[in-house]
Design a protein around this ligand. Structure first.
Ligand SMILES: Cc1cc2nc3c(=O)[nH]c(=O)nc-3n(C[C@H](O)[C@H](O)[C@H](O)COP(=O)(O)O)c2cc1C
Length: 201
């Protein structure tokens, strides 16, 4: 591939995808059809716990993030797995048709899974929108906006005495004096060369 950076020009939004028992940040969402109950697709990494939950339960919700939504949901749902932390302890959510949605989001879609397509790293889930609503006014957050503002949105600050290495692609933070040369970002898969060092000034 001559220059894969062109993939960054595909425009995506920012969402919290929730399923019964978990959830994660996603940007890979598209609308597939129109009508009363349109179809949407979401690509979810096979290694994500949320993937298991959607396969098991057959329903999912998408909370649409705005530039005015409390951005702490991004590190909470995007940088850790529900396998290691209860994300809902830190999130302000409400239940719609049995699924958690983010209160401060612009709105939500509740979907019933109608199909799933296994690809190499991701499962493409296709869902029919069975309920949706606008819950707050604001501008939808694009993935481009997130990338431009990720430092302030994910509030990357070095804790006293700690060095942080920040992934310049997705914003994930690794704490440690040295970043191993063969380190691979657990969120977006890029190598150590795309991490930037931040230390206390
Ligand atoms: C900006 C951003 C965008 C992301 N987009 C996706 C995505 O489209 N699909 C996906 O599967 N994971 C995506 N992730 C990664 C998941 O949110 C992350 O792996 C999460 O920790 C998985 O949690 P879980 O194991 O509890 O499901 C994204 C993360 C960030 C920070």
């Amino acid at each position: 591939m001559k220059d894969p950076r062109i993939l960054d020009s595909l425009t995506h939004g920012m969402y919290v995808l929730t399923a019964n028992g978990g959830g994660c940040v996603v940007d890979a969402v598209s609308q597939i059809s129109i009508g009363d109950h349109p179809l949407v697709s979401v690509a979810v990494m096979k290694k994500n716990y949320t993937n298991e939950l959607i396969k098991k339960n057959g329903t999912f919700a998408l909370s649409i993030l705005g530039t005015n939504t409390d951005s702490s949901v991004i590190p909470t749902f995007g940088f850790k797995s529900m396998r290691e932390t209860n994300k809902f302890e830190k999130a302000d959510v409400t239940q719609i048709l049995g699924l958690n949605v983010i209160k401060g989001a612009l709105g939500y879609l509740i979907c019933e899974k109608v199909d799933e397509i296994d690809n190499d790293t991701h499962t493409l889930f296709i869902g029919r929108v069975v309920e949706c609503d606008v819950t707050n006014a604001g501008e939808p957050m694009s993935y481009g906006y997130y990338r431009e503002h990720k430092e302030e949105l994910t509030k990357v600050k070095t804790e006293s005495g700690k060095t942080a290495w920040v992934c310049t692609v997705c914003g994930y933070v690794y704490y440690g004096d040295e970043l191993p040369a063969d380190y691979v970002c657990p969120i977006c898969g890029v190598g150590a060369d795309l991490f930037e060092k931040k230390s206390d000034d």
